[in-house]
Design a protein around this ligand. Structure first.
Ligand code: SF4
Ligand code: SF4
Length: 147
């Protein structure tokens, strides 16, 4: 059975509800900080733990990587490709080091696994492209990011 409830008499003054709605809008408009940013003029600060674009650390302008192949081994997306070669001083180094960003899921496992602390994830988050991006060694060495 349908029960009809009687609305209180003051409900006939819709103006009260309209004004209270407007007051809420004005409160947000005047006193609350906006949640949106005017990108690209304004940029969001991310925590140091943010995992963005990769880079390779250098020591005395030489990459810290010894091409040990741990990072491509642990990478769940199989997006790291390294070609190892030997220097004149018999030190192993990555002649080619590529990361396919389209496959990368930014899990940070490569960073965790690296025994030389060579591969790092920066806090650069601007990586929208119209083409498939494969980060090559020279880009990875250049890209120190915010860290
Ligand atoms: S962040 Fe994860 S998916 Fe991306 S390259 Fe490193 S291990 Fe692979
Ligand atoms: S970046 Fe680190 S884990 Fe990857 S090959 Fe180089 S030294 Fe090994």
């Amino acid at each position: 059975m349908l029960i009809k409830r009687k609305a209180p008499w003051w409900n006939v003054f819709y103006l009260i509800e309209v004004i209270s709605g407007l007051l809420i809008t004005m409160k947000h408009f005047l006193f609350k900080k906006t949640a949106t940013l005017q990108f690209p003029e304004e940029r969001r600060e991310y925590s140091d733990r943010y995992r963005g674009l990769h880079y390779i650390k250098t020591v005395n302008n030489v990459e810290n990587c010894t091409a040990c192949m741990l990072c491509p081994t642990v990478c769940p997306a199989e997006c790291i490709h390294i070609v190892a070669e030997e220097r004149a001083d018999k030190e192993k180094y990555p002649a080619r080091f590529e990361i396919d960003l389209l496959r990368c899921c930014f899990c940070g496992m490569c960073e965790e696994a690296c025994p030389k602390d060579a591969i790092k994830l920066s806090n650069i988050y601007e990586m929208a492209q119209v083409e498939r991006i494969v980060l090559e060694k020279d880009v990875l060495l250049d890209q120190r990011g915010g860290k």
